[in-house]
Design a protein around this ligand. Structure first.
Ligand code: PEP
Ligand code: MG
Length: 952
């Protein structure tokens, strides 16, 4: 994407007129290799069609579509003309930004630029800027938008006095994440300003994260300092950001329209008056934009000129977007919409100039001075398809249902289908005091219940989940929001559900798998409280061992179960990484999740056979099928016992080929237990988990202590450490990363750490210092380009001069197909490869590894993934380097023979799988495994590969 940098800026330029200025700019673009000489004619032709003056002393000369073929590379060059250049019509330009673009990339730049310009005039500052940095800062130092929307308005709130009202206003700002918790206390210390008509203003710039204006009115009339208190503005002020908004407010009051604010019964009315939204009674109409390059400067200018002919407000927004309407009379605002061809513009005009509306639509339809080709409407879908149209089918006897394998083991028993009960409660409460009391009692009962579960559970994973539930219940933010609703007259269940639902939705909307799962926890604990409030109790469990069938099992549902009675768990929704799956695994209950809504139609009592390892459920199995499965279960138990007994021995195939079996870990604690479980080393230390366990970036000494503890515990066994792998779907709470459309394809892993070399350096130093003469292997995640590897390696080499390590190897993870395809080149430079099959599979098959319905298809045994592993191993061995596999595939019973057959040297798995994987290796012959692997590589699908392995 186009961006401004200081290198593009030339200060102090002089041009007698626009033609001379264009000549200078054109020459600079040519000189820097961005365009051919013919582009200058394009710049001139474009100006002849219409001036590229943008406003605030800035012009944005660019070529015509006909001269795009003169562009070699997209880019911009900026020239400052302190004496000014007349750009036509007396419009003086002090900064000209020449754009060379082959496509419509410059629209983005314009949008960025016009947003940055804000409402204050920058012309003088641009003209006087003394350095490229200062100029850049002017372009980038945009005042952030002041938050003013439905979240920051509270009309008719329950408040007994000024302080109460202030607290309500501050709470809205806090909820919108404009301010910190201490803001209300700070605001309280400020002098309130009476604006007139009972409206007051309080402003504070401390504890402010982003500027915002809250407006609250009390339910009943109040007085403060002997004056009426009809409404209070609470301003979280931030630099100059709020000037324009305060200006609008003052104008409104000067015009004597303050009462209109107080009379507004709906939030929209207030927003309209303060300029944030369009009033309901303004006529509006929509039209699709057909201009080939969107609403760029020239058509936008024509539109703005047309709007200026009317004596009233004209606004426009991109329909179905989150953007607020902007004034059509402002060219920079119009450009800031970044509207593209095909997007629908929604115009609204003041009722007094309703006649403007059809004229504006006509102008857009006619192309705003450009030739436009009509948009072809998309053929309507034969019928609207949504999830409701997918009718679940009741599985018949003998049917095999494929779901996601969540916890291994074979279970059989009658189905116990638990459907969610409907909650029935009044929306309005008796009184805030009574409802508050109900809620307190319900919360206390749920807390006591959870306490008991924590005491009862000896599994750490389960205890931690319940401790999180307790923290969720104690969250003051939730309590505050419920309190506000209770004061507004809602019943306790209505208020509670609304707040939980909104908090959970917010987490879900962040498109982060982990946060989405925490949202499931929030809903789970929220439902417990709701059940208490509505007097609903659990359906009694059957007496004999059964298979629990539910839409989605909340962690607390699972943890409440008696494993002696619950033979297995089957859910319609959810994925293998959900908390419920973790709990099921911890309790040793076989589970299949995400099997589809059809399972909810199974009648309670229907016999089910569930295979948690294959993710399969057989409905009402035939006797021989059942007998076969039970025999297999017995064999598995015996196999596990035999494997456990030999867990400390090496894994050597029948014909003498050794494979190392290492452990994957995410914390330094418990390393002794891992060695005791048979680990011959650590094959993957996920250091981000160590970072996540700290409230802030752990310093070098803290990290060193963590790594040292692992190395001490390993007592001379190798430690393979992966450098920090955050970003994308793995956030670190204290490391803000811009939200991305496709986080898995965004700034994550090494891409992120190379952008923050200090963090990476400090981690590497800590590792090197901790190592001493112990075997340390360092690898980098998500490497996709050779330069990434080289830069990282250079950093290690530099640090090694300072902190020598006797036994160090440096390698990369193979997680991105490009790295596997480049393995022959990379292998000459690295010391080893470790294949991260979780990511390699998602990127090879283009299936999001956390996708709720597709992730079951993201099978690492797909021949395409196996081929990439094969290429990697061949390349590494040709250079005498070793290859490990540290993704989940390494512990997959059907994958082990193939990975060994592909000549992988090391398998790194969860500690509990070590004994079993070793046992599997011992049962193999390397020659047969190699033959099997070659056959698998020639197949067409993961299912065929699995069938092949099953046959052997
Ligand atoms: C992998 O991608 O296989 C891997 C081991 O890394 P993670 O699962 O931590 O992304
Ligand atoms: Mg990975």
């Amino acid at each position: 994407m186009l961006e401004f940098t200081t290198a593009q800026i030339a200060l102090g330029q002089v041009a007698v007129d626009k033609t001379a200025a264009l000549g200078l700019l054109g020459a600079r673009l040519v000189e820097d290799g961005l365009v051919a000489e013919g582009y200058l004619a394009g710049l001139q032709a474009r100006e002849a069609q219409g001036s590229t003056y943008l406003g605030q002393g800035i012009a944005i000369p660019h070529g015509t579509p006909q001269t795009r073929d003169q562009v070699f590379a997209t880019g911009v060059r900026l020239m400052q003309f302190p004496a000014g250049v007349d750009w036509g019509d007396g419009q003086m330009v002090y900064l000209a930004i020449a754009i060379a673009a082959r496509s419509d990339e410059h629209l983005r730049l314009l949008q960025q630029l016009t947003r940055a310009l804000g409402e204050a005039d920058l012309a003088d500052a641009l003209r006087g800027a003394q350095s490229a940095d200062a100029l850049l800062q002017l372009l980038q130092g945009a005042s952030p938008e002041v938050l003013l929307d439905e979240r920051s308005i509270g009309l008719g709130v329950s408040a007994d006095d000024f302080d109460d009202l202030l607290w309500q206003g501050a709470r809205l700002l806090r909820r919108a994440e404009c301010v910190d918790a201490s803001f209300s206390a700070r605001l309280q210390q400020k002098e309130p300003l009476l604006l007139g008509e009972g409206l007051w203003l309080l402003s504070c710039d401390q504890s402010v994260r982003a500027p915002g204006l809250a407006f609250v009115t009390p339910q009943q009339p109040l007085r403060h300092l002997g004056q009426p208190l009809n409404g209070l503005f609470c301003l979280a002020s931030h630099g100059d950001a709020q000037h324009a908004l305060l200006d609008r407010l003052c104008t409104l009051l000067i015009e004597g329209r303050g009462q209109e604010l107080l009379r507004a019964t709906a939030v929209n009315g207030v927003l309209a008056l303060l300029g944030g939204a369009v009033p309901d009674d303004w006529p509006s109409a929509r039209i699709a934009l057909a201009n080939p390059h969107g609403l760029h400067a020239r058509p936008a200018k024509i539109l703005a000129q047309l709007a200026k002919e009317f004596d009233g407000e004209v606004r426009v927004r991109v329909a179905d977007s989150a953007g607020t309407p902007v004034s059509v009379k402002s060219l920079s605002k119009l450009l800031s919409l970044g509207a593209r061809r095909g997007q629908v513009l929604e115009f609204s005009v003041e009722p007094a100039i309703a006649e403007a509306l059809p004229l504006l639509l006509k102008a857009v339809e006619d192309g705003l001075g450009e030739e436009v080709e009509a948009l072809t409407p998309l053929a309507p879908l034969p019928q609207e398809l949504d999830e409701a149209d997918i009718v679940p089918v009741m599985p018949v006897a003998g049917a095999i249902i494929q779901g996601v394998a969540a916890a291994s083991g074979i279970a059989n028993g009658p189905a116990h289908v638990q459907l969610q009960q409907a909650f029935d409660y009044p929306l309005r409460g008796e009184s805030p005091a009574v409802e508050r009391q109900h809620l307190r009692a319900a919360l206390e009962r749920v807390r006591a219940d959870i306490d008991e579960l924590i005491q009862r559970s000896d599994v750490t994973a389960i205890r931690e989940i319940f401790i999180t539930h307790q923290e969720m219940l104690a969250d003051p933010g939730l309590a505050e929001e419920v309190e506000v609703r209770l004061r507004q007259g809602e019943s306790a269940p209505a208020a509670w559900l609304a707040v939980i639902d909104s908090a959970a939705r917010q987490q879900e909307s962040l498109q982060d798998t982990l946060l989405a799962e925490r949202a499931a926890d929030l809903r789970d604990v929220g439902r417990r409280v709701l059940m208490q409030l509505c007097g609903i109790s659990e359906t009694p469990e059957p007496q004999q061992p059964y298979v629990l069938v539910m839409a989605e099992v909340g962690p607390s549902d699972v943890a409440r179960l008696d494993p002696a009675r619950v033979a297995g768990i089957l859910t319609a929704r959810g994925g293998a990484t959900a908390h419920s799956a973790i709990v099921a695994r911890a309790l040793g209950i076989p589970a299949v999740v995400g099997a589809g809504d059809g399972v909810l139609l199974i009648a309670s009592g229907t016999p089910l056979l569930l295979d948690g390892q294959r993710g399969r459920v057989t409905v009402d199995p035939a006797i021989d099928v059942l007998a076969h499965a039970l025999a297999e279960r017995e064999q598995r138990v015996q196999r596990q016992q035999a494997a456990d007994a030999r867990r400390l021995e090496p894994a050597i195939t029948r014909d003498g080929h050794a494979v190392e079996v290492f452990a994957n870990i995410g914390e330094s604690a418990g390393i002794d237990r891992i060695v005791e479980q048979g680990a011959e080393g650590v094959g993957l230390l996920r250091t981000e988990l160590i970072f996540m366990a700290h409230p802030q970036l752990p310093d070098e000494a803290t990290q060193e202590a963590e790594y040292r503890r692992v190395l001490d515990g390993l007592a001379g066994r190798p430690l393979v450490v992966r450098t920090l792998d955050v970003g994308g779907d793995k956030p670190l709470p204290y490391w803000p990363i811009a939200k991305e459309e496709n986080p898995f394809l965004g700034v994550r892993g090494i891409r992120l750490t190379l952008q923050r070399p200090k963090v990476m350096e400090s981690q590497l130093r800590a590792l090197l210092r901790a190592a001493g003469d112990r075997p340390l292997r360092i690898m980098f995640p998500m490497v996709g380009q050779i330069e990434e590897w080289r830069e990282a390696r250079r950093m290690v080499d530099r640090l090694l001069e300072e902190i020598p390590v006797a036994d160090l190897q440096v390698g990369i993870m193979i997680e991105v197909p490009s790295a596997a395809l480049l393995a022959p080149v990379l292998a000459a430079e690295v010391d080893f490869f470790s294949v991260g099959t979780n990511d390699l599979t998602q990127y090879t098959l283009a299936i999001d590894r956390g996708h709720p319905s597709l992730s079951a298809q993201a099978d690492g045994l797909h021949p395409a993934v196996l081929s990439l592993i094969d290429m990697t191993v061949r390349a590494a061995h040709a250079h005498g380097k070793w290859v490990g596999v540290c993704g989940e595939l390494a512990a997959d019973a059907q994958a082990v023979p193939l990975l060994v057959g592909l000549d992988v040297d090391e398998l790194s798995v969860a500690a509990r799988s070590i004994a079993e994987v070793k046992a599997q290796v011992r049962a193999l012959s390397i020659e047969q495994a190699r033959g099997l692997a070659r056959q698998a590589l020639a197949l067409g699908s993961a299912a065929e590969v699995r069938a092949l392995v099953e046959m052997h």
